[in-house]
Design a protein around this ligand. Structure first.
Ligand code: B12
Length: 452
């Protein structure tokens, strides 16, 4: 049997003005270009659990609508889904089905809206793929494929994590590869549409398994840059320490996402730096209390961190790790003054890198149900607007136009070349100052030892 794993690649944005701006603001497109080339770790993982009797190919399709011919001759295709590209994924599914190919679908959007997906796929898998993929394939091979495999109540044990089949990739195409060290997050943010929506349980991957994946990548690409496809790498500090200790001898450079509490552990920060951490991405969401209040559902955790933001950024960056601070615009509670507040905070805090996005109602997040119930969604099924850049709801304290214009204005300011360079200069100058101070302090420390 021939099976193709199909990822719809690339980044998405529908707002034409923003797209046009992306062409003129280097900082705005820089990160998109870096990340746009990431492969689908979900599909590579499933490939790692696929029996050898099945011949597997992995394909990335940047624009399914532009395909004149369907790639390859397959018996079945497995298509992954994020919300923003789901309509393209469904078109692709329809075309394969019309050609007599069995279509399997799974992923975040399919898990949120299985009935929709079943109109385009022969079978869908909900939740973590690992739990039922072997069953789905066995049924496919035995001609007894079920329409729906529901893994949401299961909890896949990362001790059994398969080795993703990185060798299916054309490695030179990528500037970084992903590895997952954990899944889930101790927090439950209103807008979060990531893997806590596949399975709410927090789990970490045994460190030896993570290292085995990294070594496999290194066989294919001796000096890789790794992006951890995690939700919150250092939420579990004990696992984080074990991970970083094991990363140290691997000689990697890596990037990950975690929460601001990492700043409270300077020892771990120093270990991360030594182990090759280049940058961490942290969801700060808003510099003002009005944007943060009520955002995290379990304990209003994000609001409680706000007063420590500036100090925390300084601590992390002083450890030599740059912070990519993420802000969400158009949060409930934020009014038209929020754009200036974000700009001022970025300027004062010296954040090395900044990511701004528009509040987005993914169909699997509490935010979606809340906005739908209040009649605030402009087009409830316009999934193509779930790009993090397009506005598809009525903001609480400003108009749609104010949000769109404010967002574009802020992007222009934040990603202006001189401002980016000034932030970078500030980081490197501070690093030099700290290095000089450390060198000067070293003999004094020696002296005190001798005196003791
Ligand atoms: C890496 C990444 C990317 C890569 C994607 C590479 C790829 N094709 O997978 C790139 C950079 C291309 C990307 C693009 C986008 N991304 Co992105 N990305 C991530 C990130 C950081 C990690 C995803 C990951 O690798 N997870 C690990 C794997 C193992 O999980 P998984 O893919 O979900 O797969 C599992 C299951 O879903 C299931 N499964 C998946 N597919 C299938 C298929 C079948 C047949 C079966 C049976 C099962 C199955 O099994 C897998 C194993 O359990 C997450 C944030 C995060 N922390 O999770 C955001 C995230 C997934 N991205 C997001 C968004 C919004 C986007 C963009 C729309 C941004 C934009 N404006 O362009 C685009 C989407 C465009 C597109 N082409 O789809 C959102 C998606 C929310 C949602 N509900 O849709 C997330 C959650 C981030 C966020 N801020 O909320 N992204």
């Amino acid at each position: 049997m021939k099976l193709a794993l199909l990822a719809i690649s690339g980044v998405r944005c529908r707002n034409e003005e923003l797209l046009a701006m992306g062409l003129t603001l280097p900082g705005f497109v820089e990160r998109s270009k870096v990340i746009a080339s990431l492969p689908s770790l979900g599909l590579l993982t499933l490939a790692g659990m696929t029996p050898e009797a099945i011949e597997v190919s992995y394909l990335e399709i940047p624009a399914p609508g532009a395909l004149t011919e369907l790639p390859g001759h397959f018996d079945a295709v497995a298509i992954s889904s994020f919300t923003a590209q789901i309509k393209e994924a469904f078109q692709l599914a329809d075309r394969y089905r019309a050609a007599g190919v069995t279509v399997l679908m799974g992923g975040l959007h399919v898990t949120a809206r299985p009935e929709e997906a079943l109109q385009h796929a022969d079978s869908v898998l909900l939740g973590e793929g690992e739990s039922l993929w072997p069953q789905m394939l066995a049924d496919l091979q035995a001609n007894r494929l079920q329409p729906r495999y529901d893994a949401r109540a299961r909890n896949f044990d990362f001790a059994d994590a398969p080795m993703p089949r990185f060798e299916l990739l054309d490695i030179p195409q990528y500037n970084r590869l992903t590895v997952q060290t954990q899944r889930g997050c101790p927090f439950n943010c209103d807008f979060c549409g990531a893997s806590i929506r596949l399975n709410p349980r927090f789990k970490t991957k045994p460190v030896p398994r993570v290292i085995a994946e990294i070594r496999r990548i290194k066989e294919l690409w001796p000096h890789p840059f790794i992006e951890f496809a995690d939700d919150n790498t250092f939420a579990d500090k004990a696992h984080g320490r074990e991970l970083v200790r094991a990363l140290l001898p691997e000689g990697l450079r890596w990037f990950t996402e975690t929460d601001i509490s990492i700043a409270r552990d300077p020892e771990l920060l120093a270990m991360m730096k030594d182990a090759g951490c280049a940058q961490i991405l942290v969801g700060l969401e808003s510099p003002t209390a009005s944007g943060l209040d009520g955002l995290e559902h379990k304990a209003n955790w994000k609001l409680k961190q706000r007063e420590g933001y500036a100090r925390a950024i300084e601590t992390i960056q002083d450890a030599g790790i740059t912070v990519n601070g993420c802000f969400v615009l158009g949060l409930d509670g934020q009014d038209a003054t929020s754009f200036d507040a974000v700009f001022d905070f970025v300027r004062q805090s010296g954040l090395y890198e900044v990511q701004i996005t528009v509040m987005t109602a993914f169909p699997n997040a509490p935010l979606y149900d809340r906005l739908a119930a209040a009649g605030r969604l402009l087009e409830p099924a316009a999934w193509e607007t779930c790009t993090l850049f397009d506005v598809n709801y009525v903001p609480e304290k400003m108009s749609v136009t104010e949000l769109e214009l404010g967002f574009r204005g802020l992007a222009r300011q934040i990603y202006e070349t001189e401002f980016i360079e000034a932030r970078r200069r500030r980081f490197f100058e501070r690093q030099s100052t700290l290095r000089r101070a450390r060198v000067q302090a070293a003999p004094a420390a020696d002296l005190s030892l001798h005196q003791a």
